[in-house]
Design a protein around this ligand. Structure first.
Ligand SMILES: Nc1ncnc2c1ncn2[C@@H]1O[C@H](COP(=O)(O)OP(=O)(O)OP(=O)(O)O)[C@@H](O)[C@H]1O
Ligand SMILES: [Mg+2]
Length: 237
């Protein structure tokens, strides 16, 4: 059984259909990469998996549960986490307040423990724990957003362009952290990434989205070898 499976998903915003018949799955301890041109529906698909769009048809099964009609907080409760591309934290709250907010509904002693664990994984956050998010740099904010998604210790985390605002060196560091999630903690990851080449190097399997459809799914090595796809849709040679 897959950890997550989306079958024949069509979805969009109100009457505006963006995604067409997407089939998608994630195995346990797998890093799945979604790449594709701007506007191809990558973010919309992650939102759909998290319950933030209108689903016209198809089903989403997560850990054996049909989550197609569940609310985002219900999905979070059973182990799904989502790091949005933008607006992914509360600007006027401190970092610590943001982290505590993400643990809403978790008992205080467990929350305390989770906080310690996340600071072991992302120790740099300690340096700005009591600052308001709006005073942080892009990279620091992204780290906070990542911590917010991870702090509930999800089975599957979906990351929408987590490195977009980061300088190349920091972006690499961040991608290495994502590999650690899989290898050290046995978490599964869905990663949407602009930096297609690097993402494909660290990923296990990949999907290519074009105009709301999935036009490729397979091993990342297979995609890296596919000159036609790499050139036509990803601008890579
Ligand atoms: N809230 C919304 N309401 C209406 N249309 C939207 C909304 N959000 C996105 N869209 C449209 O859906 C389409 C797919 O957008 P989406 O953000 O999913 O693409 P993407 O592949 O993530 O692009 P990028 O690489 O630029 O992040 C675009 O045409 C976009 O304009
Ligand atoms: Mg996007």
């Amino acid at each position: 059984m897959y950890l997550l499976e989306a079958k024949n998903i069509s979805a969009g915003y109100g009457k505006l259909q963006i995604l067409f018949n997407i089939d998608f799955f994630v195995n346990d301890k797998e890093l799945v990469v979604i790449i594709g041109p701007n506007g191809s529906g990558k973010s919309t698909f992650l939102k759909t998996l998290f319950g933030l769009t209108k689903i016209y048809s198809g089903n989403i099964i997560f850990r054996g549960i049909n989550i197609t009609r569940l609310k985002p907080y219900e999905r979070a409760r059973i182990g799904l986490a989502y790091l949005p591309q933008t607006n992914n934290s509360f600007e006027n709250l401190t970092v610590k307040e943001n982290l505590l907010m993400s643990m809403y509904g978790i008992s205080e002693d467990i929350a305390e423990k989770r906080l310690e664990e996340i600071l072991l994984f992302l120790p740099k956050i300690k340096d700005f724990m009591n600052r308001k998010v709006k005073t942080l740099s892009g990279g620091e904010r992204q780290m906070v957003a990542m911590a917010m998604a991870l702090i509930r210790q999800p089975n599957l985390i979906m990351l929408d362009e987590p490195t977009a605002a980061l300088a190349p060196k920091l972006a690499l560091e961040f991608l290495n952290k994502i590999v650690e999630l899989k290898e050290l903690y046995g978490m599964s990851v869905v990663l949407v990434e602009q930096n297609a080449k690097k993402a494909l190097e660290i990923g296990d399997r990949a999907y290519v989205f074009v105009a709301g459809k999935s036009i490729f799914s397979g091993k990342t090595e297979e995609l890296l070898r596919d000159k036609h796809l790499m050139q036509t849709y990803l601008g890579l040679s």
